[in-house]
Design a protein around this ligand. Structure first.
Ligand SMILES: Cc1cc2nc3c(=O)[nH]c(=O)nc-3n(C[C@H](O)[C@H](O)[C@H](O)COP(=O)(O)OP(=O)(O)OC[C@H]3O[C@@H](n4cnc5c(N)ncnc54)[C@H](O)[C@@H]3O)c2cc1C
Length: 497
């Protein structure tokens, strides 16, 4: 009898052997847990490397090796069990990193996530007064005539008022999603900044909560040779114990019969091969999974898969002969004239990301869609664009300090919560749920804006379902509390200590 989501019965099966599609952190975590339990697990991965979006790229230069994540990946979760798992895997390579994230706003720096007092100071007394007044007006209007929060714009205005929304959220969100905020669903905001309204900020400043402290996460864990070590180290443990992670093996068909998946076809250098197992876990894009079913999924499921969209990211990786550019973990650049949205400096995360203390580097994030003007730019044009903005517009670096640059393209990096996305998503999920031996996990695997911790959690719970437990994977990352806040008892260590 299947549990409500992701369809695995959890009943002891004669054979527990499992085929896992995708070797990102989610899929590898499933294999890691099954391997530790002595169960046969095979991971098939289309790329020639593990780690998916959370991999680390190495670049050899005449000065030595630079390392780059695809956009900095920090480890943070409120789930102690996942923290223990992370520490177990990373072991002696674990570092604690102080977090400084800021928005570069009109030549000034504003803390991110937004600290209200700091934001109001940056905009000056007149705009601050306007921001507070129109926030008050919004609250009163809401009381008189309550309206549903539907769009991303509604959600931001609800929490911060129209002025702060326009100053600090509108431009950046439109850079990330490529659509006006009134066309995006408010779901993303409620997950990301719940509890971060003007009211809570003022309340916390006036009457600090008793017994528990609400703290922003200002320290996080990171593997000293890059976030990709999480996937690489799990792979080592999986293969050392005799299970397999097959690279260069892309799934092209998922065979089905009645309520069961009966096998997958993978394409390798040597041609096509059919692989079979008792259980299947998929972390490959949900829309792809729906489209490669054999026999094909019903027409309405295929149409639903066609209607879901995503955003791509291109990172421009710039190597510099300079000690440091900024002290930030991330720096957000809202200015619409600057084509990129955010950058980070890997050396601020770990000194091992650069070949020596006289060097640093930047990973600069360009959000885009297939076929748009950014996606169509060549590597050379993108590197030049990034350097030009950094030298001439932001004045962060000198051109003579640049010793090289290259790009990484990551398609389908962000599931897009465009207004109305829920209906097609639920249609696909209901179809997938009808298979008793198939579970979906991860980020694009479930079409949920999951960070690595959530992706890992779904992988862990899917594996435990195969081991006989009963978890509903749909509950992962379903809470509406802001991810960046951790409730900590005063007597307990603060987040990340
Ligand atoms: C810019 C950026 C910054 C981020 N920052 C953070 C952060 O700071 N902290 C954090 O926790 N998370 C962060 N994330 C999110 C994190 O990258 C994801 O949550 C995580 O990588 C998802 O893991 P996954 O295993 O679900 O998917 P993925 O990492 O996407 O892995 C899926 C794998 O499936 C493979 N695949 C696809 N199709 C097929 C096929 N047909 N057959 C076989 N294999 C296939 C892919 O090649 C890939 O390796 C960030 C993401 C981005 C884009």
């Amino acid at each position: 009898m299947p549990v409500s989501s992701n369809g695995h019965s959890g009943e002891a099966s004669e054979s527990r052997d499992t085929l896992i599609m995708g070797a990102g952190p989610g899929g590898l975590c499933s294999a890691y847990v099954l391997t530790k339990a002595g169960v046969k697990a095979t991971v098939v991965e289309r790329a020639p490397f593990v780690g998916g979006l959370a991999r680390t790229i190495k670049r050899d230069t005449e000065y030595g090796e630079f390392k780059f994540d695809i956009g900095g990946h920090r480890w943070f979760t409120k789930n102690d069990r996942l923290n223990e798992l992370f520490k177990e895997v990373i072991a002696e390579e674990l570092l604690w990193v102080n977090r400084i994230s800021r928005i570069y706003f009109d030549g000034k720096y504003v803390d991110y996530p937004l600290k209200i007092s700091n934001a109001l100071k940056a905009v000056g007394p007149v705009t601050s007064a306007k921001a507070m007044a129109d926030y008050g007006r919004t609250r009163v209007q809401k009381k008189i005539r309550p309206t549903e929060v539907e769009s991303m714009e509604d959600a931001y205005v609800d929490q911060f008022g129209p002025t702060l929304y326009k100053l600090f959220f509108k431009n950046y969100s439109e850079k990330v999603w490529g659509l006006p905020c009134d066309q995006m669903s408010g779901d993303w905001v409620t997950q990301r900044s719940k509890g971060m309204s003007i009211v809570t900020a003022v309340k916390d400043a006036v009457v600090p909560s008793k017994g528990a402290v609400v703290s922003l996460i200002d320290e996080f864990m990171y593997p000293k040779y890059g976030f990709g070590r999480l996937s690489e180290r799990m792979t080592d443990k999986i293969t050392e114990a005799g299970n397999e992670v097959r690279l260069g093996a892309g799934v092209t068909k998922v065979h089905r019969e009645g309520t069961r998946v009966t096998g997958v076809t993978v394409e390798t250098e040597k041609g096509e091969e059919r692989l079979e197992a008792t259980n299947y876990i998929s972390s490959i894009p949900l829309t792809v999974l729906a489209k490669i079913m054999d026999p094909p999924a019903p027409a309405d499921v295929l149409a639903a898969a066609d209607s879901l969209t995503f955003r791509n990211i291109i990172t421009v990786n710039v190597m510099l002969k300079r000690k440091q550019v900024t002290p930030d973990t991330w720096l957000y650049v809202h200015d619409k004239r600057i084509l990129f949205g955010r950058f980070h400096e890997p050396k601020n995360w770990s000194p091992y990301m650069v070949p020596g203390d006289e060097f640093t580097s930047l990973v600069i994030e360009y959000f885009c869609s297939f076929g748009d003007h950014i996606w169509e730019m060549t590597e050379e044009e993108l590197v030049e664009n990034a350097v030009d903005h950094l030298v001439n517009d932001l004045k962060f670096i000198d051109r003579s300090e640049v010793i090289g640059g290259f790009t990484i393209r990551a398609p389908r990096a962000y599931p897009s919560y465009v207004m109305g996305y829920e209906a097609p998503l639920n249609k696909i999920k209901a179809f997938i749920d009808s298979f008793e031996n198939l579970q979906i996990i991860g980020r694009y695997g479930t079409f949920r804006y999951n960070n690595t911790d959530h992706s890992i959690e779904t992988g862990l719970l899917a594996a435990e379902n195969i081991l006989g437990e009963r978890h509903d994977l749909d509950q992962v990352n379903a809470d509406k509390e802001y991810h960046e806040i951790k409730q900590v008892r005063k007597s307990a260590p603060a987040a990340g200590s």
